[in-house]
Design a protein around this ligand. Structure first.
Ligand code: NAP
Length: 325
């Protein structure tokens, strides 16, 4: 009998076709993330789960799947939605889709930098609202990007790709990471402690993965170190930033603004952020280009199929314990 793969929400057809060639594919409903209880119901008895970064793959879901399930393949690079310890203990392989989404996400982070610097939100509203009376000497003053200092928090794949874009805009680049990154050094970027980066950078772009150490990494005291002319850009995970502290800093104008793709309690975006004139809010679309999502679908499918064949998958995240049955 072919194996059964539960795909929590439909992904691009190229990935589904790879799966269908070797397995029976069943879906959760499109358009919204399932709850943990719904997932636990649906994954019992399946051989693999292909899920999205908003799906809560917690210990209950993994326990419900564990008797038959060999792999949980995340359609995304961040795996903070998955209880990795539980998966490892239960002998379930977890995989992700690194690299193929790096450029799309870095492009979006840079789009946010440009959007907040040039007040594209205010400018687009003015144009669309019909109140524009013509080009004027002091209308919609943004700030320069070229020559301004870019601060990268988390010098991994996406952080490095954003740094590369910054160099293309003639920006000096500072970064903070636990280890020196030769690729960033080669770009001329300088590694400094977070506190110093916060005080020196004009655009601070967050690229750490979310884990116990990075949750709330940017809180009240970190925001207080930023220059009043500096902007915070977050395309990593919402919980890396203390959202109430960010709202307070924006309200008090102790920072110039923010460009956000991710939020602490998605899909809820706090009204204060949506209504703030100096904040650009996007609905978590970092990797959402046709080409990138198709590549992610292929990579996620290849990870599932490798595990079902008993091979080491291309993108393992954990080292599962030997299974008891
Ligand atoms: P990556 O190459 O693994 O980079 C992750 C970075 O996080 C590394 O620089 C790492 O620092 C840092 N980090 C991890 N744990 C840390 C800790 N405890 N303290 C300090 N730094 C820590 O991952 P990536 O491919 O660049 O992706 C980064 C994140 O972007 C993902 O995890 C995901 O959450 C997010 N993302 C969002 C979207 C979106 O749609 N908005 C799309 C893709 C990815 P070291 O190198 O020093 O270890």
């Amino acid at each position: 009998m072919p194996p059964t793969i539960h795909v929590t929400q439909p992904i691009p057809e190229n990935g589904l076709n790879l799966l269908r060639a070797e397995a029976n594919v069943i879906f959760g409903p499109a358009g919204r993330s399932p709850t943990s209880a719904e997932l636990a119901d649906r994954v019992a008895g399946v051989d693999a789960v292909l899920c999205f970064v908003a799906d809560p793959i917690d210990a209950n879901v993994l326990a419900a799947a564990a008797r038959t399930c060999r792999v949980v393949a995340n359609y995304g690079v961040g795996v903070d939605n998955i209880d990795l310890d539980a998966a490892t203990r239960l002998g379930i392989q977890v995989t992700n889709t690194p690299d193929v989404l790096t450029d799309a996400t870095a492009d979006l982070a840079f789009a946010l930098i440009l959007a907040v610097a040039r007040d594209l939100k205010g400018a687009a509203l003015l144009a669309a609202g019909g109140a524009w009376t013509g080009i004027a000497p002091t209308l919609i003053f943004g700030c320069d990007v070229a020559g301004k200092t870019l601060g990268i928090v988390g010098g991994g794949r996406i952080g490095t790709a954003v740094a590369r874009r910054g160099r293309g805009f003639d920006m000096p680049v500072l970064y903070t990471s636990r280890t020196e990154k030769p690729a960033l050094t080669q770009l001329g970027a300088r590694r400094i402690p977070l506190d110093e980066l916060l005080a020196l950078a004009d655009f601070i772009s967050l690229h750490v993965s979310l884990n116990m150490d990075t949750r709330g990494l940017i809180g009240r005291s970190e925001l207080a170190r930023m220059k009043p002319t500096a902007f915070l850009i977050n395309t990593s995970r919402g919980a890396v930033v203390d959202e109430p502290a960010l709202i307070a800093a924006l309200h008090a104008r102790t920072i110039a603004g923010a460009g956000l793709d991710v939020y602490a309690n998605e899909p809820r975006i706090p009204r204060e952020l949506l209504e703030s004139p100096n904040v650009v809010c996007l609905p978590h679309i970092g990797s959402a280009t046709r080409e990138t999502r198709a590549r992610m679908a292929e990579v996620a499918a290849c990870n599932v199929l490798a595990c079902l064949r008993g091979d080491v998958p291309p993108n393992p995240v954990n080292r599962p314990m030997p299974r008891q049955h």
